[in-house]
Each structure stands twice: as structure tokens, then as C-alpha cells.
Ligand binder design. Structure first.
Ligand code: SF4
Length: 242
């Protein structure tokens, strides 16, 4: 399935949505479980909820689907993913009670190469990420009131203060991060216990998986995100500004 997405409700005003985010943060407190956070999002935004998934693992779609069966799962299909990532996407579509939506950039990789020159990711990864990730996600989120991410605080300094519920100023909707407090061991344990699809590269030296040209293996024990955009100061693609 490909974008455009088909949320079933009309988006409420930003003032209403940001007030709901503040109310949810108060109601849930700092220590709510992932299930409690997902349940709050499902009952507050029925039909207008989306889950973003990089297909590194499908834990956050699995958690949300327990409370919002058939929820839309947005996969940013940049044109540069590993075969293993597409394999995970296909397993998620087949095995979870979700609707996977492939969100694609305006330009194909070939069209981008013609317009901006080949391998833009080697020269200007910020521009490449903007065209292939940020702008397509912004367009896809346009009809939803809330998006759910798998961002975890321990993933790095830029994510250390991630709240469970927040107002997303960049995209203009509520952002929910049910796994914010989870460790990687909790994530792996949940996936094993609930037989949730995980990307095969995770057990092959890739603790953080993005586009193939911008992702390298890392040494055991190294910063999990140090294999992303190696050689650049860049550590985030722009979807989750700190
Ligand atoms: Fe482009 Fe690399 Fe960003 Fe993927 S991760 S969109 S290839 S710069």
C-alpha cells in the first residue's frame, strides 16, 4: 500500500491538539507503561493515529496494535533501504494487525540523481534526508492528529529528554513515544516474547539501521548510532529534532 493515507477524521485545530498533548502528559505522568501510553493515544485519537516505523523492529507497531487494531504504520520508503528492511516491512504487513503505508518521496532516486547529481547523500545528507524523509513524512502526517514513534532516551544525547507525550511543533500534531524509557534489552525481550518481527541486520552488527549508503556496522559496545552518517557531524535525519 502506498501514500496517500486515509485517516477517517477531520484534523482538529492545533490549539485543541496541543491542549490534549498537555492533558495526556499530566494524566499519564512520567512513569506510565508503554501499554498505558498506547491505550491513551488510541482512545484520544481514534481513526487519526499513525505509527512511524523504520522497520528496524516492529515493537512499537505491535504495542499500539493491541489498542488500535488496524492502525496505519507509516514506512518511509526512501529508495535506499537494505533488502532486510524491506523484508521486515513485508513481515509486519503480513503478521501484525496493522495497515502498512509506504510513504515515498516526490522524486525517485533516478530523478533525484538527474536533478541534483548522483549520491547526494555523500555530499549533502541533510538535503537528501529532507527530500526523502522529512518532507514525505510531513505530507503523510497531514491528515492525522497524533503520531507514535519508537524513540528511546538511551539511543543518544539528542534523545535523552524524550517525553512520553508532547506537542510536535515541527509537524503540527501530537507526538507519542511509548518506549521512551525502555532499554535495548527490554526492546529485544519484548520482541522475543511476543514474536514481533525484527530486522535481521540487528544481529549482524547493525544496532541502528537507516538507509544502506548511510549505515555502517559498529563495534560491539560502541554508540549504537555511530554507524549512521559516518564521517558527518549529522546524527539525526530531521524527524526527531531535540
Ligand atoms: Fe539520503 Fe542517507 Fe538520509 Fe537516506 S539516510 S535519505 S540515503 S542522506
Amino acid at each position: 500500500m502506498t501514500a496517500p493515507t486515509t485517516p477517517t477524521t477531520t484534523r482538529r485545530d492545533p490549539e485543541v491538539l496541543s491542549a490534549l498533548a498537555a492533558e495526556g502528559a499530566r494524566e499519564l505522568g512520567a512513569d506510565a507503561s508503554a501499554d498505558d501510553v498506547a491505550a491513551w493515544a488510541a482512545r484520544t485519537f481514534p481513526g487519526s493515529l499513525a505509527v512511524a516505523c523504520s522497520m528496524q523492529d516492529a515493537v512499537v507497531p505491535a504495542v499500539v496494535a493491541r489498542h488500535a487494531p488496524g492502525v496505519d504504520v507509516l514506512f518511509l520508503d526512501t529508495g535506499y533501504h537494505f533488502a532486510e528492511t524491506h523484508g521486515t516491512r513485508d513481515r509486519v504487513a503480513a503478521e501484525l494487525d496493522v495497515r502498512v503505508v509506504d510513504v515515498r518521496p516526490t522524486l525517485s532516486v533516478t530523478q533525484q540523481d538527474i536533478r541534483y547529481g548522483p549520491r547526494l547523500h555523500e555530499r549533502d545528507p541533510a538535503a537528501c534526508c529532507r527530500m526523502r524523509k522529512v518532507d514525505p513524512l510531513r505530507a503523510a502526517l497531514g491528515g492525522y492528529e497524533c503520531w507514535v514513534t519508537g524513540v528511546r532516551r538511551e539511543e543518544g544525547p539528542t534523545r535523552a529528554d524524550t517525553p512520553l507525550v508532547q506537542w510536535d511543533q515541527q509537524f503540527g500534531l501530537v507526538k507519542v513515544n511509548p518506549l521512551a524509557a525502555w532499554t535495548v534489552d527490554e526492546l529485544v525481550g519484548y520482541a522475543a516474547e511476543h514474536q514481533v518481527p525484527v530486522n535481521l541486520l540487528l544481529s549482524d552488527g547493525y544496532p541502528s539501521i537507516g538507509c544502506e549508503p548511510c549505515t555502517r556496522r559498529v563495534e560491539p559496545g560502541a554508540d549504537p548510532r555511530s554507524g549512521r552518517w559516518a564521517g558527518f557531524a549529522k546524527t539525526e535525519c530531521g524527524l526527531h529534532p531535540s
